[in-house]
Design a protein around this ligand. Structure first.
Ligand code: C5P
Length: 274
């Protein structure tokens, strides 16, 4: 049985290998398998390491969060977690615009505007960045996005609305486990219905302590990738602590997360217009 599984895995078609994940062709048309590696990178690959078990934790945390979001009718690419390191997802065309949601000043925002890290922002601020390692993900204006057809105005509006809604849901989810959601990054993808030609926007990629800042509510201890970026140590412990508070640490006893199927209304833009 193990040999069969190993052959099946070796025969899978690799679609793309990123810094921390690998995408393989899925079992059904229009699906992919997203594999979480243990590699961790920062500053666009200048700093790298491998932290044993990190991929497993990110898979579990992201699967849990995506499932909760789907229960609240947020359309995501996530279908189900298959095993400790893999999830089945819908295949989407990733929009090359990263959506950053900020509640508290930190990181590049605090530095750029000279605001003390930890200062609560007057309101949630959404920023857009180009998904480009070579250029270190520069901040984008809406005019740039539309001029270079990175996203249609209807898509960007939908991304903005979804980001605010996801922020509300996640802020509440983390507050309940004594964690402040400081900021996080979202990626969205397009999924076409070949029959109707309709276009749907889905939340894609992952949501984990790799792409968010999570601080303990009383001590402000960092429970996210800043521990690696800033050489604070204890990264495995921090990710485990997030999983523990979410109630998903340890053996899953074969129980895997399955998303509620959610399909948002199609965006009325035709493929040819993008
Ligand atoms: O570095 P910066 O302060 O702009 O990051 C804002 C948030 O977006 C952080 O939570 C960070 O982890 C996330 N981010 C990310 N991937 C990027 C850029 C930022 O996950 N390429």
């Amino acid at each position: 049985m193990l040999a069969k599984k190993a052959t099946r895995m070796a025969n899978r078609k690799k679609i793309k290998e990123g810094k921390t994940k690998v995408l393989y062709r899925g079992p059904e048309p229009g699906t992919l398998i997203q594999y979480f590696k243990d590699d961790i990178t920062a500053f666009n690959n200048l700093k790298k390491d491998k932290i044993e078990g990190r991929g497993i934790l990110n898979n579990r945390i992201s699967a849990h969060i995506m499932t909760k979001l789907s229960e609240c009718n947020v359309p995501t690419h996530f279908i189900k977690r298959i095993n400790m390191r893999e999830q089945l997802v819908h295949e989407v065309d990733i929009i090359p615009v990263e959506v950053i949601v900020r509640n508290i000043a930190a990181g590049s925002f605090a530095k750029r505007y000279g605001i003390e890290e930890g200062t609560k922002l007057p309101r949630t601020i959404i920023e857009y960045c180009l998904k480009s390692d070579e250029l270190s993900d520069p901040v984008l204006s809406e005019d740039y996005i539309f001029s270079y057809d990175l996203a249609h105005p209807i898509e960007l509006d939908e991304m903005y609305q979804q980001a605010l809604r996801i922020n509300d849901l996640l802020t509440g989810m983390f507050l309940m486990i004594n964690i402040k959601l400081v900021d996080f990054k979202l990626e969205f993808g397009r999924m076409y219905n070949e029959v109707t030609g309709d276009l749907h926007l889905l939340l894609a990629d992952e949501i984990s302590p790799d792409g968010s800042r999570l601080w303990d509510i009383t001590s402000d201890e960092k429970l996210d990738k800043d521990r690696f970026r800033r050489d604070l140590g204890g990264i495995e412990h921090a990710y485990q602590e997030v999983a523990r508070r979410l109630g998903i640490l340890g053996d899953d006893n074969g129980k895997v997360e399955v998303a509620k199927p959610v399909m948002n209304k199609p965006l009325h833009i035709r493929k040819v217009n993008i």
